[in-house]
Design a protein around this ligand. Structure first.
Ligand code: FES
Ligand SMILES: [Fe+2]
Length: 388
């Protein structure tokens, strides 16, 4: 991916300055930046597709300032309806391109008007090209990244390996017949690990979301947890657990609940609640690490109700409001969690059996950072029981 940019420092014509190439124009810019970003020292983490924005966010704004693993990325609509993603920095004097506008499918720097196509090539330099863009692009360029559109999301790959070898996570029930979907976009003051643990954590629901999401049934919750090389998957045995605000709507026939939670390393959680074939509620979270302790989360809510689909669709604003309230409670508790962690450095956490999932997630994220697989002795199926 980087080889095509190896000539990016080349001085183009006699008109262009012979100044020394800037460090940021180096195709290995990520390596240069790692010295200053602890998060980017996590080499292997960038070898994944991350969500930069939703398609709707990009359609609305045309130019989107994403931040992934500490690096600003400008995402923009190009002419042929394709999408470009470049390091958010003009190679002329460093201005953030995301503050610029689109011209002919190119992003134009707001400072002196240099234009970039989606491959990152400079196509126009007003001070030497005048009003007519040149036939041939200049040889200056900024690093571009592979982009994919799928499931209503725009994904970017920052890695050095082949992106084709990494598949996108299939967003469950997205636009599937009988199902309704919507995305919620949120920013959390927390790491990917803290958020994934929160989204998979049942014990907190009776404190943080008391009576809104789940009230304490005062009983033993039995589960089995599968620890695999790339996932943690939990099966809950309580078929009578009640979640949500409207069981009369989600489960009027009193069908047994099938509840499973999954974490897919390094940044995705999926929580499924199904009542028979006719009703289900699935929460899938794509966590994009903006930096070590700030994350942007794209939550897909997929739901199916045992009522005519037109009425299910009409209920969407109500369900959206409810899920937003629950999400805001998580945003608040994660902020408080972060405040405590930062208060006294060197926290040593203490765990009980209900934290097995947390420990498994931490292990997998560490493995994703280092590229060293989790020890086989830590894999397999284990029981996890706790009081709720
Ligand atoms: S800084 Fe971007 S055109 Fe000069
Ligand atoms: Fe929560």
């Amino acid at each position: 991916m980087t080889t095509s940019l190896d000539t990016s420092h080349a001085i183009d014509t006699e008109n262009e300055s012979q100044t020394k190439p800037l460090q940021h124009n180096n195709p290995n810019v990520l390596h240069d930046r790692r010295e200053h970003h602890d998060w980017l020292s996590c080499d292997q983490l960038k070898e994944h597709w991350y969500v930069a924005c939703t398609k709707r966010e990009l359609e609305r704004k045309k130019v989107w300032p994403a931040k992934i693993l500490g690096l600003g990325i400008v995402v923009f609509h190009s002419n042929d309806n394709s999408i470009g993603a470049l390091i958010d920095q003009c190679v002329h004097r460093g201005t953030a391109l995301s503050a610029g506008k689109l011209n002919d499918g190119c992003i134009t720097c707001p400072y002196h008007g240099w234009r970039y196509n989606k491959e990152g090539r400079v196509t126009h330099v007003p001070s030497i090209d005048g009003s007519s863009p040149p036939d041939k692009p200049h040889r200056f360029s900024q690093r571009s990244f592979p982009v994919k559109e799928a499931y209503g999301l725009v994904w970017v790959f920052l890695g050095d390996s082949s992106p084709e070898n990494k598949s996108l996570f299939e967003m469950p029930f997205y636009k599937k017949s009988g199902w309704n979907n919507y995305y919620m976009c949120s920013r959390f003051k927390g790491s990917v690990s803290a958020l994934a643990q929160n989204f998979m954590d049942v014990p907190h629901t009776v404190f943080v979301h008391n009576k809104i999401f789940r009230k304490s049934p005062d009983k033993l919750m039995k589960t089995s947890v599968d620890f695999t090389p790339h996932s943690v998957e939990v099966e809950y045995e309580d078929t009578e657990d009640s979640i949500g605000m409207m069981p009369w709507l989600t489960n009027p026939d009193k069908q047994p609940l099938v509840h499973t939670d999954q974490f897919h390393s390094p940044n995705i959680t999926r929580c499924d609640y199904h009542w028979g074939d006719k009703s289900g509620f699935v929460i899938t979270s794509q966590i994009t690490p903006e930096s070590a302790n700030v994350s942007r989360v794209y939550t897909l809510i997929s739901y199916k109700l045992p009522i005519p689909s037109i009425i299910a669709r009409l209920l969407r604003p109500l369900i959206h409001l409810y899920t937003r309230i629950v999400l805001e409670q998580d945003i608040s508790i994660i902020k408080v969690n972060r405040r405590g962690i930062e208060n006294a450095p060197g926290l040593r956490t203490h765990s009980v059996q209900s934290d097995l999932v947390h420990i498994g997630i931490e292990r997998l994220i560490d493995a994703s950072k280092t590229g060293v697989a989790v020890d086989a002795s830590k894999l397999g199926r284990k029981p996890m029981n706790f009081n709720l």
